[in-house]
Write a new protein. Structure first.
Ligand code: RP5
Length: 166
């Protein structure tokens, strides 16, 4: 049986896929059903808007949108839905992601986009932020997130202990 996606991951181009895989890795780790779509605010605007406006009706709870350069994807998606939209600026191009960061984060008042860091860190955090939102109404997920944090803490402690032995 196909599980309905809770998170819709959108990206402006297939060239964004290697970065967006970081978000996918997190969603898989926490067992969150997701769907990935390539759709561009500029190159396929009608399809992008349809995907955004139909998402809530399909049971999607959160949209993650990654795009580079003049990155309007997250903003356009946010304009067509009241689901929370998490934006991930892609690196690359002449400005290496700073253009995408500004384009994604500088939304006019009224249509928010929760913007993450540029690139892999941002994509990973987008996945985690989506899990955190879902955990508000899912105690099991909240426990998994606390375990994830505890693991990170333990890993660093281990690295520190190794450093002391050098
Ligand atoms: C954006 O333009 C995409 O999100 C991508 O990051 C960037 C470049 O796209 P390609 O020319 O690599 O397809 O729309």
């Amino acid at each position: 049986m196909h599980t309905a996606p809770l998170v819709l991951l959108m990206m402006g181009s297939d060239t964004d896929l290697p970065i967006m895989q970081e978000a996918v890795g997190i969603l898989r780790k926490f067992d969150i059903p997701y769907e990935m779509r390539i759709s561009s605010a500029h190159r396929s605007p009608a399809r992008t808007m349809a995907l955004a406006s139909e998402a809530a009706g399909r049971g999607v709870k959160i949209i993650i949108a990654g795009a580079g350069m003049a990155a309007h994807l997250a903003g356009v998606v946010a304009s067509k839905t009241i689901l929370p939209v998490i934006g991930v600026p892609m690196p690359g191009g002449a400005l290496n992601g700073v253009d995408a960061l500004y384009a994604t984060v500088q939304m006019p008042a009224g249509i928010p986009v929760a913007t993450m860091a540029i690139g892999k860190a941002g994509a990973k955090n987008a996945g985690l932020f989506a899990v955190q939102i879902l955990a508000l109404s899912e105690p099991k997920l909240a426990r998994s997130l606390l375990n994830y944090r505890a693991e990170m803490d333990k890993e660093l402690e281990q690295k520190d202990a190794e450093l002391q032995l050098r």
